[in-house]
Design a protein around this ligand. Sequence first.
Ligand code: SF4
Length: 483
Amino acid sequence: MGTEVAGPVRTYRVRTYGCQMNVHDSERLAGLLEGAGYTAAAAGDDADVVVLNTCAVRENADNRLYGNLGQLRPVKDARPGMQIAVGGCLAQKDRGEIVRRAPWVDVVFGTHNVGSLPALLERARHNAEAQVEIKEALEVFPSSLPAKRDSAYAGWVSISVGCNNTCTFCIVPSLRGTEKDRRPGEILAEVQALVDQGVLEVTLLGQNVNSYGAEFGDRGAFADLLRAAGRIDGLERIRFTSPHPRDFTDDVIAAMAETPAVCHQLHMPMQSGSDDVLRRMRRSYRRERYLGIIDRVRAAMPDAAITTDIIVGFPGETDEDFERTLDVVRQARFAGAFTFQYSKRPGTPAAEMDGQVPKAVVQERYERLTARQDEISWAGNAALIGRAVELLVAAGEGSKDAARGRMTGRARDGRLVHFTATDGVRPGDVVETVLTQAAPHHLVADGPLVSHRRTRAGDAAEAGTRPTTPGIVLGMPGVGAPA
Ligand code: SF4
């Protein structure tokens, strides 16, 4: 094993900001630190090591980081030997600037050298000097690093890192690099390792899962991967994020429809319904192609829940452009949408574009769009009342519903359901119940359960154990060439 921490056991806490990629990277950071002899700090306790795994997507991301670092300074001053480490996309972007602005930071590491953290912490302690180490390209595939999972019943599995697209509002490619694909055998071995520990659901992760395989020249690799993962006994649910409309091909739709474990849920970012805006975003597709994919998905899976991401107020967006976005939203009837007000990201082409839309106009459009989408989401949910639904019971998502004796679960189509639970139902178990009420962002099932299946994941969640996966590398025992 790598760097072992010297002296009494030190505790750690990882704070995660941003996207699922960061959430999964934080599981790797926890796995690395535990592999180096650290232990997770108990809730509410100060930790010997605090790791901030940062995001750089939003303008206020910087303010939030330096604000958090400011709050940590007195904690560190009062706790000799405490260390602060900053990683993730903002570390990759700001590098030594972080130590210049916050000299009480001990370690800065980037998105390409996650594995360096334990060694950098030891070096900073030994040399009593801040360590800044940023790599320009991926050192090792993050999935070759150990991971301590957050959930007993659902797991993230990276299939690629980085992105080959150049959307003009996005800083990801410059911080996470061009796309690197994992070999299918490694991915399937990691899925198998999770299922062997009772995990029922996996989400395949990539900035653009539809271009998976491009790096090793196999355009059909993603559809094949879905089918191969679907053949793993004990894996009940397969999800994936993020697809990209430009590369979304019919073989993926067929694999989704023909592989029982693949959930009929698709989160496909649209960003805008205006071809002019899509052109300036450099999204490489137009609205007709986007709507065409939606139609073909619905033809193959009529019960599919489709959600999306939409940016309002992109530079140069006119009233007509915005009306076109509303029109696609009306046609697509999304089950839900993450809507964002455009904010400048320094270092992106869009930040330099003419026609920056006034904040008041952006706000007004944002409110109209969210109101329109909430109506559609609510109507879509209301149409499901009376239907029986299978739920994977989630841990602690609906605290306010706990007071009503309800728990929360995810349906196969990704919808959130608060249901009346009987004794003995645990996170990780699977229940079936009938939907009784609808709201824009969730459903309710207040009747008696139709069935309750206790699972190994439920046992693990009850026992407080979490799956761990060793780093998975091609050539390891059980890790063969593409299945
Ligand atoms: S597809 Fe576009 S928005 Fe998504 S990560 Fe790549 S560059 Fe960014």
